[in-house]
Ligand binder design. Structure first.
Ligand code: HAM
Length: 433
């Protein structure tokens, strides 16, 4: 039997060289936008003790009930691949003594995350997030700063037609009475609810609100609204947040059914949706989580943040026909008249690379014509042709692959010429921005 030709696991992707310019563009922009508001980068481990997410994200969330990748390692530790970044960031904040720094402590990360979701468009089992958090600050001004950062990031990438939805889901003072109101209401409609909703009614009544079953929608639309149950402090916080959003000219709608899929949220929650018809998933979302640090064993520490999926951003950029970043080829591609010159070509290529000039060269023993084909396919600007006669005079033949023009130049001038042309075209590190 021939050996199996392996496939990548379902829900994972290979990000290929032609896709990477989008990724570097998005990652660079994320770093730039985070820095503009003085957020510092943090990198936490890919896996954590399972309790961090079970306690942090919540036992009755879809993520913990159905989607986390957990395993017991050989030493008996119960570990989980991170399904998100917030709980791990708060764990690191508490463990590394960041609570002694001036508040707010502003952190961001670019992470891979893992959820055993049903794969579909924009939904993967390994995906990537730009995750931004502010710890130690209760002022709704920071909730507004985070939303502004998120929207500025999308705008800088050329995305438009995005809709911001916000809500407030209260805190431990007012949430219980809201949950009771929901319970009473849903109990009265129990007979008309789907099985999932009936189950959720026992475990987590808030989560019924984002159920998508068509027959439940009329009931859910009429459900009690959280903002009618907020305590004075939460109502005031919500009002101030909205006024700060308006101060930055950010338009939003209040969505009374938006509760988010993670249990740690208190007060502010928000999501950003593409407006395209048929778009059924958020591009990013966040909220406040003032109780999370305590759930993870720390002192009371207010917190707020958001995460946005890089796959979904790139998908939206492609859909909205945001032009792809231009990927450049090398400055030069070295070809030889005969195989005996390969050693010389390799030495020259390495000297050029040491000077920071991007070059490639032909491998194998192909004829000159085939090597020139390879040079063209590499989208190199120049073919650098090495022949016996030229080398005897310490020269090379330079062919501009765009114009077809040829000239003989001294080998010693080569690096200056390649560098000049390459930077004149604004081609840097495989992508021009
Ligand atoms: P989340 O809403 O679960 O929130 O995820 C945030 C974003 O991650 C989503 O809007 C989406 O763009 C992306 N995402 C989630 N799951 C997938 C998936 N299976 N495939 C592709 N993309 C996905 C959080 O994770 C919170 N930690 C956000 C937060 C930060 N709240 C406060 N701070």
């Amino acid at each position: 039997m021939p050996p199996t030709l392996y496939q990548a696991p379902t829900g994972t992707q290979d990000i290929l060289p032609e896709d990477v310019p989008y990724w570097t563009l998005v990652e660079n922009e994320a770093r730039r936008q985070a820095r503009l508001a003085n957020y510092g980068e943090i990198r936490t481990p890919t896996f954590e003790h399972s309790a961090v997410f079970r306690r942090g994200v919540g036992e009755t969330t879809d993520i913990v009930e159905k989607e986390i990748y957990s395993f017991v390692d050989r030493g008996g530790d119960d570990l989980t691949l991170r399904p998100e970044g917030t709980a791990a960031t708060v764990r690191a904040y508490l463990q590394r003594g960041m609570s002694s720094q001036p508040k707010p402590v502003k952190l961001f990360s670019l992470i891979n995350a893992f959820r055993r979701d049903r794969p579909q468009r924009g939904r993967f089992r390994e995906f990537h997030q730009f995750n931004v958090e502010a710890l130690g600050e209760e002022d709704p001004l920071i909730d507004a700063e985070l939303v502004a950062l998120q929207l500025r990031f999308y705008a800088a990438l050329g995305l438009d037609n995005l809709k911001l939805q916000i809500n407030s889901i209260g805190d431990p003072v007012c949430r219980p009475s809201y949950i009771q109101a929901l319970r009473d209401y849903f109990e009265a409609h129990r007979a008309d609810l789907c099985d999932d909703c009936r189950r959720r009614l026992e475990t987590n009544p808030l989560r019924l609100l984002d159920d998508k079953t068509p027959t439940c929608q009329p009931i859910l639309n009429q459900a009690p609204r959280s903002i009618d149950h907020l305590c004075d402090a939460c109502r005031d916080h919500f009002a101030q947040w909205q006024s700060y959003l308006s101060a930055a000219d950010l338009t939003f709608t209040v969505n009374h059914r938006m509760v988010r899929g993670l249990d740690y949220y208190t007060r502010s929650v928000w999501e950003v949706w593409p407006q395209e018809a048929g778009a059924q998933s958020t591009i990013g979302g966040g909220g406040r989580y003032d109780g999370l640090a305590e759930q993870l064993g720390g002192p009371r520490t207010p917190g707020v943040g958001f995460a946005t999926g890089l796959e979904r951003i790139i998908l939206a950029m492609r859909e909205q026909e945001v032009p792809p970043p231009h990927a450049s080829g090398p400055a030069g591609f070295l070809v030889v008249q005969h195989a005996g010159l390969k050693r010389h070509a390799f030495g020259l290529a390495e000297r050029l690379r040491q000077r920071g000039i991007t070059v490639d060269l032909a491998f194998g023993d192909r004829k000159l014509g085939k090597q020139l084909d390879a040079a063209n396919k590499s989208r190199s600007q120049f073919a650098v042709i090495l022949g016996d006669d030229e080398l005897a005079r310490q020269q090379v033949m330079l062919k501009d692959l765009r114009t077809g023009e040829q000239q003989t130049v001294a080998e010693s001038e080569l690096s200056a010429i390649l560098e000049l042309h390459h930077s004149a075209n604004g081609l840097v590190d495989g992508a021009a921005h």
